[in-house]
Design a protein around this ligand. Structure first.
Ligand SMILES: NC(=O)c1ccc[n+]([C@@H]2O[C@H](COP(=O)([O-])OP(=O)(O)OC[C@H]3O[C@@H](n4cnc5c(N)ncnc54)[C@H](OP(=O)(O)O)[C@@H]3O)[C@@H](O)[C@H]2O)c1
Length: 305
């Protein structure tokens, strides 16, 4: 799995095909998608253009996608995965993740897709599907060659340990919110010990959440004086320093940008090394500040409690 990829959350539908195509031309080889992002068809269009022009072959590109909360039941997993593959116009995902350890009432894609969190009545409806059922269905995707690897997102240590008790195929990747305000050392350490690769999302901390009206209670990481000073010392941008801080800790990153210049510069975050002191200074900013927490949608969904 490439250590730097491109995140597709909040990439506009209108520009998504061009963005993916241009990202491939710029050198990106991993795309992080999800049913929930609502742009898999457009992303697939961009990929197809790059494939048709011979810029890359399918096997050069690593595509991650995710199972949404409304499809956790055994009977829905394969169907929706096939549909997502069809949207992309490909016949396998390199990695397929359970987006959240939360099962919501099924929503027929013909009725609403992406289904999002709320039912038609504006309320969250849970559905009783245990994780072992969903994990087994994920394993069948591997057996059917629809996906090459399976993994988890937004899960904590105790659930990972439980899945490891019954997994035929162990989770290969855990994707979690991780940035200098939420460094998650114990969880990263647990994953290392079990051989689970960790992908950090929202590497720029509050930045991604400002447009959602969130993330205003902590200072910007991109404007932070400590990050700024380290960036100046290396002749890099604050964004590149935030990404390198993660990759140097052995994490993969998937920055998103709707701006081509920023998209290109984010990929160029691996040609320098931070010192131990710089890494420690950045990690020292931790304040367990979590932005993406379903408890903000529904108190019953406090998965990080
Ligand atoms: N598994 C999950 O539950 C989950 C949750 C969240 C995210 N993710 C994945 O992780 C990816 C990345 O996370 P994210 O989108 O939340 O946040 P992110 O990549 O940390 O930040 C994106 C924000 O930073 C801005 N930005 C990007 N590059 C910049 C640069 N070089 N300088 C200044 N600003 C810059 C972007 O604005 P512009 O677009 O205007 O540049 C956008 O506002 C997502 O796209 C998604 O694929 C997964």
């Amino acid at each position: 799995m490439p250590s730097v990829g491109f995140g597709l959350w909040k990439v506009d539908k209108e520009t998504c095909a061009d963005t993916v195509y241009n990202a491939i031309k710029a050198g990106y080889r991993l795309f992080d998608a999800a049913a929930d992002y609502g742009n898999e068809k457009q992303a697939g269009e961009g990929l197809r253009r790059a494939l048709q022009e011979g810029i890359v072959k399918r096997e050069d590109i690593f595509i991650t996608s995710k199972l949404w909360n409304t499809f956790h039941a055994q009977e829905h997993v394969k169907k929706v995965t096939r549909m997502q593959l069809e949207h992309w116009g490909i016949d396998y995902f390199d990695l397929f993740l359970i987006h959240f350890p939360i099962s919501l009432k099924y929503v027929d894609p013909n009725h609403r897709y992406p289904a999002e969190w709320m039912g038609d009545d504006g309320k969250v409806h849970l559905e009783k599907v245990p994780m072992h059922e969903t994990w087994k269905a994920m394993e069948e995707l591997v057996d059917d060659s629809l996906v090459k690897n399976i993994g988890l997102s937004n899960c904590q240590g105790s659930l990972i340990l439980d899945i490891l008790q019954y997994a035929k195929y162990e989770p290969q990747v855990l994707q979690i919110e991780l940035h200098p305000y939420l460094t998650q050392e114990p969880l990263v350490d647990l994953c290392k010990r079990w051989g689970i690769a960790v992908t950090a999302y929202s590497s720029f901390g509050p930045q991604s959440y400002l447009e959602l009206g969130m993330g205003k209670t902590a200072p910007s990481l991109l404007d932070h004086s400590i990050i700024g000073a380290i960036a100046s010392a290396h002749g890099k941008t604050p964004a590149q320093v935030l990404l390198r801080w993660a990759t140097q800790r052995g994490l993969a990153v998937i920055p998103k940008s709707n701006d081509h210049g920023r998209l290109v510069s984010n990929l160029q975050c691996d040609g320098f090394d931070l010192t131990e002191q710089e890494l420690a200074a950045i990690s020292g900013l931790n304040m367990n500040y979590r932005l993406n927490d379903p408890v903000n949608i529904e108190p019953l969904l406090s998965i990080f409690a």
